[in-house]
Ligand binder design. Structure first.
Ligand code: PMP
Length: 406
C-alpha cells in the first residue's frame, strides 16, 4: 500500500521559485533558476526560434507521427555536427552515435543508465566536480552509480582548485567516470583554460578514466558556438572514448520543449564502428523502455534553426545578444559594488563566465537578502546573472552591500 510512502522534501530550487512567486513586493528579484530574461525581466523567445516556428507551421507535410526511437534524424545529425564540429574525425570515421533525449537532463540520465550497466567495474563510480549542478547527484544515484567528488573550486581564491582536481583524478580507480562541464560551469562560472584542459586530458588518459561531458551552455561561455566546444573537440582529436550530454534549453531558449541529445564516441581504430553499433543497440533498448520515442515539436524547431543557414546565423546573433546582456550585467554589478565600496573582492563577478555567478555570499547573507530585500537566490550564493537588468542591478548591489556590512 502507498500508506507507507514517506513525504519527500520539496525540490529546493522550485521551493524558492514558489516563495518568489508568492512574494508581493514590487522590488522582488529572482536570481535562482538558470533561465534567460530580457532587460524587462521577461522570458525571451529567440527571433531565430520564432522564424523556425513560422516555417514549421507552413510545412504542408506537418503531422504528429511518432519519431524513430533515436529521434528526428535531421535534428540528431545537426546536433552532432554542432557539438563535435562538422569536420570531426568522429563523424568522418563513423565513430559516433547519437540519441535525441528529454533535454540535457534526459541525456545525462541516458548516459548514466548506459554507463552504469556496461562499465567494466563491478560498482563503477562517477566523479562529480565539487560543487556541481544540484541534479547530477540525484540522476546518477537513480541509475545506481556510486557518487564521488573531485575538488573544482576554491571558495578562498574564487578560482579553480586545479591542483586539487588533478590530484583526485590521479588517484581515481581506472574505469571511473569523470563528469566534466564542457563550458560555462554551473554553478561556479569558472572553466579550465585550454592549457588546463590539456592537463586534465593527460591525467584522464594516464589513469584510464572515462570522460562524460555535460554541455548545457554551448554559446553562453564565449558567445561563440565554435569556441565553446573546445574541450570536447580536444578530447575527440586526442582519440578519447567519451560521452556527451547536450542541451538546447538555454542556448535556444527551448526550456519547456525539452530538446537535447546524448552522444557516444568510440576510440579510433579497427572495431570502432562495431562498438558504436552495439552501444546504439543498447541505447535503443533503454530509450524504448523509458520514453519509447522522444518528443517531436522542439526537435523540429531546433532542426530548422540548425539546418537553415540563414536562421542559424540569426541564432548566433541571438546568442551574442544573450551573452552580451549578461556580460553587461556583470560589469554593472561590479561597478555598483565598487561605487558602494562594498567590503571584499568582487573581481570574480566579471571574470566568471556563462549564466551564473558564484558570488561568495554566505548562507546567512543569502537568507538576509531574501527576508530583508526580497532577493531570491540559492543558498550556495549562486546567482543567475540573467535575472539582473538595468532596472534592478543597482538595487541588488545595494542589497548585497547591506548584507555584507551587517
Ligand atoms: N546540466 C547542467 C550543468 C545544467 O546546468 C542543466 C540545466 N540547469 C542541465 C544539465 C539540464 O538542463 P535541461 O534538462 O533543461 O536541458
Amino acid at each position: 500500500s502507498a500508506k507507507n510512502v514517506p513525504q519527500a522534501p520539496e525540490d529546493p530550487l522550485y521551493g524558492l521559485v514558489n516563495a518568489y512567486l508568492s512574494d508581493k513586493s514590487d522590488k522582488k528579484i529572482d536570481l535562482s533558476v538558470g533561465v534567460y530574461r530580457d532587460d524587462n525581466a521577461k522570458p525571451w523567445v529567440l527571433p531565430a526560434v520564432q522564424k523556425a516556428e513560422q516555417l514549421y507551421q507552413c510545412d504542408p507535410d506537418l503531422d504528429h507521427e511518432y519519431l524513430p526511437i533515436a529521434g528526428l534524424p535531421e535534428f540528431i545529425n545537426a546536433a552532432q555536427r554542432l557539438i563535435v564540429g562538422a569536420d570531426s574525425p568522429a563523424i568522418r570515421e563513423s565513430r559516433i552515435c547519437s540519441f535525441q533525449t528529454i533535454s540535457g537532463t534526459g541525456a545525462v540520465h541516458l548516459g548514466g543508465a548506459l554507463l552504469s550497466r556496461f562499465l567494466p567495474l563491478p560498482t563503477p563510480a562517477i566523479y562529480l566536480s565539487s560543487p556541481t549542478w544540484a541534479i547530477h547527484d540525484q540522476i546518477f544515484n537513480n541509475v545506481g552509480l556510486a557518487i564521488k567528488e573531485y575538488p573544482y573550486f576554491s571558495s578562498k581564491t574564487k578560482m579553480m582548485d586545479f591542483d586539487g582536481m588533478i590530484s583526485v583524478l590521479g588517484s581515481a580507480p581506472p574505469g571511473s567516470i569523470i563528469l566534466l562541464h564542457a563550458c560555462a560551469h554551473n554553478p561556479t562560472g569558472v572553466d579550465p583554460t585550454h592549457d588546463q584542459w590539456g592537463k586534465i586530458a593527460k591525467i584522464i588518459r594516464a589513469n584510464r578514466l572515462f570522460p562524460f561531458f555535460d554541455c548545457a551552455y554551448q554559446g553562453f561561455a564565449s558567445g561563440s558556438l565554435a569556441q565553446d566546444n573546445f574541450a570536447i573537440r580536444y578530447f575527440i582529436d586526442h582519440g578519447f572514448e567519451l560521452a556527451i550530454a547536450q542541451s538546447f534549453s538555454k542556448n535556444m531558449g527551448l526550456y519547456g520543449q525539452r530538446v537535447g541529445a546524448f552522444h557516444y564516441i568510440a576510440c579510433p581504430g579497427s572495431g570502432a564502428q562495431e562498438i558504436v553499433e552495439r552501444v546504439a543497440s543498447q541505447l535503443a533498448i533503454l530509450q524504448r523502455s523509458e520514453i519509447s520515442t522522444p518528443p517531436l515539436f522542439g526537435a523540429k524547431i531546433a532542426s530548422i534553426v540548425l539546418n537553415d543557414k540563414e536562421i542559424c546565423a540569426d541564432w548566433e546573433k541571438d546568442l551574442r545578444t544573450m551573452s552580451g546582456r549578461i556580460n553587461t550585467m556583470r560589469e554593472s554589478l561590479k561597478q555598483g559594488l565598487d561605487q558602494l565600496q562594498t567590503p571584499g573582492q568582487w573581481g570574480h563577478i566579471t571574470s566568471q563566465i556563462g549564466m551564473f555567478s558564484f558570488t561568495g555570499l554566505s548562507k546567512s547573507q543569502v537568507l538576509s537578502l531574501r527576508e530583508k530585500w526580497h532577493v531570491y537566490m540559492v543558498e550556495t550564493g549562486r546567482i543567475s546573472m540573467a535575472g539582473l537588468n538595468s532596472g534592478n542591478v543597482r538595487y541588488f548591489a545595494e542589497a548585497v552591500d547591506d548584507v555584507v556590512r551587517a
